[in-house]
Write a protein that binds this ligand. Sequence first.
Ligand SMILES: C[S@@+](CC[C@H](N)C(=O)[O-])C[C@H]1O[C@@H](n2cnc3c(N)ncnc32)[C@H](O)[C@@H]1O
Length: 400
Amino acid sequence: MVDISLFGWLAGPDGRALLARLAAADLRESNTLALLTDLRRDLPPDVAGAALTLARLRQRAADKFSRADALFFTPDALEQASGEAVSGWRARRFAAGGCTRIADLACSVGGDTLALAGLPGVSVVGLDRDALRLHLARANLAAYGRGADLVQADLRDPLPLAGVPAAFFDPARREAGRRVFSVHDYTPPLAVIERWHFRALGVKLSPGVNLDELEPYTRAGAGVEFISHDGDLKEAVLWAGDLGFGGRWASVLAGDGSGATLLPQNIPAPPVDRPRAYLYEPDPAVIRAGLLGELAAELELAMARLDESIAYLTADEAIPSRWARVWPVLDWMPFQLKRLRAALRARGVGRVTVKKRGSAIAPEELIRRLKLDGDGAAAVVVLTRIAGQPGVLICGEPGT
Ligand SMILES: C[S@@+](CC[C@H](N)C(=O)[O-])C[C@H]1O[C@@H](n2cnc3c(N)ncnc32)[C@H](O)[C@@H]1O
């Protein structure tokens, strides 16, 4: 485990040279013994272990950071760090709101500090209670050629921040390595924000946050943004003060970090109806923000829902968009194994991918029981509910 003195060595010239050498090595688990044996020829065991761990964390961090190979993490800190696409998206909201001095509260190793400090004309102060994480944040900012004031502080105490009008707060949502679900169990708990008086505040929450728990804040005018990246729902953000407005909205980011927002307009969800020519699976941020009516309006499509409780939509036309994936519906029926098998065979389908929403059937079990021969056409089988009953759709590949 890396501590401050070990980190100091790793960040120095010898450590950097060693990490560069490790970056080019075979770091798979199966090679651990060979790697450690080699490293321990010249280094004490704790240094060798810390170097190998960091080299592996840097590889893993490439998903989140463009300069991962120069950054410093602990395993937990990497797990908790915001990736560049989402942190950049949020940071631009602060910039668009005219914020020029921003506090990053619970900044850890700087996943968000990096993005905020990268905004032109913005100065950043990061606070965390963990001295090692602040050291790593300083090195990470240097790796990007960026700067911020970093201060060790406990957020439960009065904040040492005079004249800082805007803040981003990312409380820990893990306790002893396990996810916690209630905002009351975050570290520090969400209620700590009630002591603060920022003009603009964004708080990162888990994407599955119980919206009832946010009621004290949303009643006072705060809003909730759900953010997905590359089709994965990443987080919810509570925006209060100048950057908030009532309601829930969805921001959908592409792989390259560019994105767009679907805003609430109080449009009712489409009515329930039988499947039409195309099946739409809204992006998870759109679903979580409850914007099915807004999605139909955005696509200018007469859409229907397959079921009151399920977020699959259907329409007569396919309109490709960032807001939903679309599959052509080849057939559909109430769920019955024999009937499904016969329908697949009649179409010459030999391989299926199974998707499901609102069905208890395990995809692997269904594939086994369908006994398809593996040859022939591929299809997508969608297990769901259709107007309150278990149903199944046979779909082509997206875009076919
Ligand atoms: C989820 S991490 C923040 C991750 C960071 N935004 C990033 O992208 O790298 C939460 C941080 O909260 C800090 N923390 C927890 N309780 C705290 C407290 N009472 N005062 C200050 N920091 C605290 C932890 O040390 C940890 O670094």
